[in-house]
Design a protein around this ligand. Sequence first.
Ligand code: MIC
Ligand code: SF4
Length: 657
Amino acid sequence: MADSRNIITKLIASHRTDGQLVAGNTVSIRIDQTLLQDATGTMAFLELEAMGVDRVKTELSVQYIDHNTSQFGPENQNDHIYLQSVAAAKGAYFSRPGNGICHQVHLERFGVPGKTMLGSDSHTPTNGGLGMLAIGAGGLDVASAMGGVPFTMTMPKVIGVKLTGELPDWVAAKDIVLYVLSKLGTQGNVGCALEYFGPGVKTLSVPERATITNMGAELGVTTSVFPSDEITREFLRAEEREQDWQSLEADADAEYDEIMEIDLSSLEPLVSCPSSPGNVARVSEIEGMPVTQVIIGSCTNSSLKDMSTVANLLTGKQVAPSSSLCIAPGSRQVLQMLARNGGLEQMFSAGARILESACGPCIGQGLSPASDTVTVRTFNRNFPGRTGTSGDQCYLVSAETAAATALNGNLTDPRRLEEKPVQWDMPERFVIDDSMIIDPPSPEKAPEIVRPPTIGAPPEPSRFPTSLDGEVLIKAGDKITTDHIMPAGTYLKLRSNIEAYSKVVFSCFNEEGEPTFAEKAARVRDEGRHGVIVAGESYGQGSSREHAAICPMHLGVRVVLAISIERIHRSNLINFGILPLTFSNPRDYDEIEQGDKVIATGIHENLRENASIVLEVRRNDNTTVQVECSHALSESDIETVLAGGRLNTVQTAGKDS
Ligand code: MIC
Ligand code: SF4
């Protein structure tokens, strides 16, 4: 067994601090690098401070400013100022606003094959394109890793994706991952990880691999990984980091828990239709609809490869008058390369609007589409309302399909283009200019931490009650995303202010004239009772934002009962003392309604004795039903939930004496 390992097992084995390498078992791994972005970073650093950690213990930790850069009001820059000072004080690198999207910049400047990375952003696996074991997690887990605490996870079931053949003209890496999404869907993949292998791997550059590993987040898998080979080496050489390269391949007869085979030459341009990345169709099936807006960018499709393809396609042409084309190159390096090689000129001559290298419209920071119109984007998520327009119709495609669409003003299969694609070759050398990255000073020179007035305090957890006196505050359906639970967009600036942000929990489900979710929850909390959230399958899909646990916790929610719960969100619930339960019998979902009372006694004992949890549901018509629930919590998870969250248990774990 030891000499027939796949890459994921090798990486976990070489970083393992505890646990057996058997799928489904709990394993702990040492974390080499961490990544924080600003929208999750303030909470993570406040938590790190609360843990008493003086200096990060990882090989490398980076704080990026890329999400919240629109600066309506003082809050965003207040966050930036706090983050710059706390990163310096704690020994982390700081990537200034304008330097680019965290995953893209990390790939360029910091990612190292064979290392582990934990990032407070669900798309952290992007760096799996370089052969890293990169995993998304909530801010508290990342803060703990920065404090030197190993990361505990479920040993994944490894699905090998065998790539053969070569992509046809105008078919892109994005179409590969959309194809995988069409096969595996956005739910039911918890506990799995994807490893790409086979002869087709050699046909893909590092940025293309990163597009594929990036969107593994939409599948709900723990991570996605490519081998590190000569192509990886060439990329790192062009980044002047060849010394960071090491070869990483699966053993010749490596085993996978499952294998999926994709003949790249059989693929065609694909599109995720509204409003889930998993609603995949062929572009050729649905093309022709008028499109008023096209946006090219985000951590999925903003590399120099994508941008060069777009620039070549736009050369000498004009964006259709009925369409608006916006382009956000993923990093300052990409922008500098485009500025030097003329790509930028080609873009704006064609009428494209050039945006800052940041997340921008991907997280609802402006450029919301007009009512009842179609927006086509190269992003990774099209959850309802994420564009900032309610009832939005957002389609996700490759950069090739997006550019062809912008030129025609309607959804266009790029294979209709008359020209042949211009072959993209990796530049011998990228522009290397790290002047927007601030290195951490030595400990003696650590600055004072600056706390502008909108920086709040870390959340204050309270112990889990011995008996539950709950009320169902909401009964939600399947595939509830963290965007449903905690909207971003214009509310993103409230990330450092839990009290204010809590007011918009589940605001997309509020009805006019009815109390909001937050008002209902506060009423139940103020009566000394507990909030319960009921949901269907795949609750908590999408982002790593721990606010989707912290804000409900702040409003007194103590239990989430769902048919299934996604990985990162489930950990965040545990981290903030909310008990994640699943229906032992999914049909019981139909037995509970909003407003029902939920009573349980002896929860502490039952959890500790691993006995099943039975909730007594008292309905509004005075009938009562018993609902049996499962939890699959480890011993330490149980203690964390009972303690009211991890802040109460890790305070001393990484503490400097
Ligand atoms: C996202 O794409 O949804 C985000 C915004 O990057 C989130 C992080 C956040 O909510 O701050 C993610 O993917 O984890
Ligand atoms: Fe930023 Fe969008 Fe990527 Fe999230 S998915 S990190 S918001 S670009």
